[in-house]
Design a protein around this ligand. Structure first.
Ligand SMILES: Cc1cc2nc3c(=O)[nH]c(=O)nc-3n(C[C@H](O)[C@H](O)[C@H](O)COP(=O)(O)OP(=O)(O)OC[C@H]3O[C@@H](n4cnc5c(N)ncnc54)[C@H](O)[C@@H]3O)c2cc1C
Ligand code: FES
Length: 276
């Protein structure tokens, strides 16, 4: 029998908290009105509808919870939907569809060391994977986090990064492309952090998310360290409409980023070259 529920009909969720992360990016905590957990996997995204404005995809930034119906997204103001989201107040309702897309295969990483390379807003989805690992800390080996931002004013999750940097079971390195008077840390693009780390290429997997230009250089650095491409995972962001593999909006050379991605093992997309 056919389900009476259409995958295109959003479910209601209520804004329970919002926090500015910088001038343009805000963190939103929503609760599903159904009271059920979102049941996403790290790396997946949801389609968010602001009623009367439109719908847009956002990565789920919080780690999966089986005991809680709250979840977080972090959104940069750029156009109609994102501005409307920023204007929401606690208690307002949105619609959500999903979670959609591929995810990081966490079971494969059990017992492995892990290197995160997060550029700019790429830290938003990486946060879901990282905090999953920190919650299940005993299951993973060394965890190294590299974070790069264009300038100190664009850094996000600064309080949380300061907090987790104090842990002795996590190695955090941060850089900005261009410094100002407030910045005392590393200056340079994210690849300038690679000489600061030592890893065992036999046991290390990588998740890298950031602007497309970053991938080529990060992959080169990983190759220099001897990490094989089949242990490097990336997430690709493309304009999306349906999120269900139907409309073709997110296609790159026959790959549907919404359905086959957004998370890919690098070997699956290495052939896309410039189209990346
Ligand atoms: C899988 C996935 C996950 C995403 N996760 C996040 C996230 O966690 N946080 C976040 O802030 N954003 C995320 N995005 C991007 C987000 O979906 C877009 O910023 C949003 O759709 C813009 O909607 P809008 O109506 O505000 O802008 P519009 O009014 O539609 O567009 C405003 C301007 O932004 C450009 N634009 C719109 N979407 C994109 C895009 N995806 N890439 C580049 N330029 C774009 C348009 O061409 C236009 O110039 C994600 C996108 C995808 C596909
Ligand atoms: S968004 Fe419609 S096919 Fe991917």
């Amino acid at each position: 029998m056919k389900s009476k529920f259409s995958p295109y009909v959003p479910r209601p969720a209520t804004l329970v908290a919002k926090k500015e992360l910088n001038e343009f990016v805000t963190l939103f905590e929503f609760a599903q009105d159904s009271g059920k957990p979102l049941a996403h996997r790290p790396g997946q995204f949801i389609q968010v509808s602001v009623y009367g404005v439109g719908e847009a995809p956002f990565s789920v930034s919080s780690p999966p919870r089986t005991d809680h119906h709250h979840f977080e997204i972090a959104v940069r103001k750029i156009g109609s939907v994102t501005n409307a989201l920023h204007a929401l107040e606690v208690g307002n309702k949105i619609g959500i569809r999903g979670p959609y897309g591929s995810y990081f295969p966490m079971q494969k990483f059990v017992g492995q060391d892990f290197l995160f390379v997060a550029g700019g807003l790429g830290y938003i989805p990486i946060r879901s994977v990282l905090h999953y690992m920190l919650r299940h800390r005993d299951e993973f080996g060394r965890i190294i986090l590299l974070v790069g931002t264009r300038n100190p004013g664009e850094r996000i999750f600064t309080d949380q990064l300061a907090e987790i940097s104090k842990r002795n079971d996590l190695e955090v390195f941060e850089t900005v492309d261009v410094a100002d008077d407030t910045w005392k840390g590393n200056v340079g693009v994210i690849t300038t952090l690679f000489p600061k780390i030592s890893i065992n290429p036999e046991t290390t997997s990588v998740a890298t998310i950031g602007p497309p230009i970053m991938y080529r250089f990060v992959i080169q650095e990983c190759s220099k360290l001897g990490i094989p491409q089949d242990r490097i995972y990336v997430s690709l962001e493309r304009h999306m409409k349906c999120g269900l593999g139907k409309c073709g909006h997110c296609q790159i050379n026959g790959i549907n980023c919404c359905l086959d991605g957004p998370v890919f093992c690098y070997t699956e997309i290495a052939g896309l070259g410039e189209a990346l």
